[in-house]
Design a protein around this ligand. Sequence first.
Ligand code: GLN
Length: 451
Amino acid sequence: TAAHITAMEASNVLNAFITKTPEIAVEAATASDARRAKGEAGLMDGIPIAMKDLFCTEGVLTTAASHILDGFTPKYESTVSGNLWAEGAVMLGKANLDEFAMGSSNETSFYGNVINPWRRTGDDHAMVPGGSSGGSASSVASFSAMAATGTDTGGSIRQPASFAGIVGMKPTYGRCSRWGIVAFASSLDQAGPMTRSVRDSAIMLQAMAGFDPKDSTSVDMPVPDFQAALSGDIRGLRIGIPKEYQLDGMKPEIQALWDQGIDWMKAAGADIIDISLPNTKYALPAYYIIAPAEASSNLARYDGVRFGLRVEGEDLNDMYASTRAEGFGDEVKRRLLIGTYALSAGYYDAYYLKAQKVRTRIADDFKQAFQDVDAILTPTAPSAAFGFGEKSDDPLAMYLNDVFTVPGSLAGLPGISVPAGLSADGLPLGLQVLAKPFDEETLFKVAGVLE
Ligand code: GLN
């Protein structure tokens, strides 16, 4: 823990943390030493981790990287963070993120950009860490934290893991409790581990997962022994390659990475099967209706009365308006405008309802495909990390980053990104594995072969 606190301080320039909690870490590490001496160590005992600042932590500032949550210190602990502490994990601090987890580059945080520790060969230009779990990714990639929590609504664990050369895993929707996590889009949000290896990912998910009566969408199913699944033996497993993910104009280095992954699977004895997910092209448009619609409802609670920031106005309505005008950043406002529009009378059927129908079709595509295959292999993102400002003025270009991660999110599937190669200019690239709902064991087993 002491070494990680030093590394965290030495990496200040990355801006990976919004709040650092070294005193809490030292205290937790001391308690962990005592447990270990008695042979009572938990699954994560003494492991220093970064907690994405979207998880409510009792008595510790929780910001969601938004100005509107100024000074908000929860009186309760999220279920997932509580599970981790119960297994002995040690909190180094609260990791930076895109405001309310909306973004793919960690450029929308009120607390400033997070920097990716990786550089292109031959230049010193800082790259984005991906988003929204950019601080989590950067802290693990820079060896400040041994692991971190992330949340993934449309790719926010997997895409930053790909950009930062680490393993990022989104569990099946319902595997981990959402209780106490600041909500973005409730039908999509899932917490998951961001780690250096697939084994660490399996151990950490074990600690995080489980039924929680406080979250009605968490599923009452036993949590399997994920580590036991890491046999390394994928002989005879059927791996699907979806043709719709072969985008026009795909970068040759991404195609080459994917081909490499297919070769590794074949060499390990898996059967490669071409599959079709015909509604893939509708996934991004559907996601960018559904996620903002749910966000507009979830974020209605930030009104200057109940949490954080209040900007006084002439009357109550003016106070609401001034608080929200000052408290939310541009990307959040864009989402709230799109979301309330899509939900308003007269437009609901044309946008929100339509998007929900598309979502069902996408889930059906996967259901169909999983009759023939055990897992699906794709690239995680259409490119390596990009530079600051390259996409931040063009929301559509930014949203395109999520093209490979969003379909699995809409279907609630488990997905993992594993570092699998380098771009021509030396930046990490990840491959994504998707599996059937609640089949994280197959997911980990297949992912292990890519390491
Ligand atoms: N980039 C996506 C978005 O901005 C996904 C974010 C997430 O998964 N939290 O909505």
